[in-house]
Design a binder for this molecule. Sequence first.
Ligand SMILES: C[S@@+](CC[C@H](N)C(=O)[O-])C[C@H]1O[C@@H](n2cnc3c(N)ncnc32)[C@H](O)[C@@H]1O
Length: 242
Amino acid sequence: MQETPDAAPKVGVEREKQVQQIFSEIAPRYDLLNHVLSLNIDRAWRRRAVKELRWESAPAGTFLDACAGTYDLALELASKKAFGGAVIASDFAHPMLVTGAPKIGGAAVRPVCGDSLGLPFEADTFDGATVGFGVRNLSDLERGLAEFRRVLKPGRRLVVLEFTTPPNTIVRAGYLFYFHNILPLIGRIVSGHPWAYTYLPKSVGEFPGPSEFGTLFESVGFTDVGWKLVSGGIAAIHWGAA
Ligand SMILES: C[S@@+](CC[C@H](N)C(=O)[O-])C[C@H]1O[C@@H](n2cnc3c(N)ncnc32)[C@H](O)[C@@H]1O
C-alpha cells in the first residue's frame, strides 16, 4: 500500500493543523467509517465510558464532551432517560460539529468550537467530562489533561476512551494486521482521503500504554485514577477525579 509522509503524526502546532485538517476533510464520512471499521463495537465502548462517569450523582449537571466530533459520546450521555442536564460538546474541527448537528435533535447537546488545549470555559465549570478517541490527537497530552482537570469541579470525573494495543500476543498480531493493512485501505476507499486512515494506526502506535497514561493522569493532579481494557485491549477507558 502506498503511504505518504504526511501520515506520520507531526508535533506541536504542525500536529494541531494536521489533525484539524484530517477531521475537517473526513467529516462527511467519519460516522460511516467509524462504525464500519470498528464493526459497530465503538457504540458499546462509548456506553461503557459513560458508565464510568458517575453522572448519576449530578443528573441535572453540566458535562463536557471534549474532542466531541459528531457527538456520538455526548449523545450517549444526553440520551440517558434519567439525565436532565446538558452536555457541552467541544471540538476544533468545525466541519465535524456541522456534519453531526442533525443527530442532536432535541437532545441537550450544545456544540462549541474550541481547542482542547485552551478550553473556552472558566475553571470549576463541569460536573464531569468525557473524551472519546480525542486525546491521542493532542499535540501536548499533559497540557490537555491539565486543561480538562481545570474545567472540572473538584472531585468530579474525567473519563477518557482511547485506542490501545492489546496485551495478548495473538490478539495483538491480528489487530495490528487489521489496523495497519485493512483499515487504511478501507478508510482510503470510503473516505477518499489518501492518508487519514494511515495516520490513525500510527497515532495509536505512538500513544502511551494504559499504565503510562494512568500515571500521566496522576502527574497532572487527578486522584482515584483507574482504567480498564475493553474488547481484549483494543481500547482502554481511563478515569480520574479532579
Ligand atoms: C477520532 S475523533 C473522535 C470524535 C468523537 N469523540 C467520537 O467518539 O467519535 C477526534 C476528534 O477530536 C478532535 N480534536 C483533536 N484535537 C483537538 C483539539 N486540540 N481540540 C479540539 N478538538 C480536537 C478532532 O477534530 C476530532 O473531531
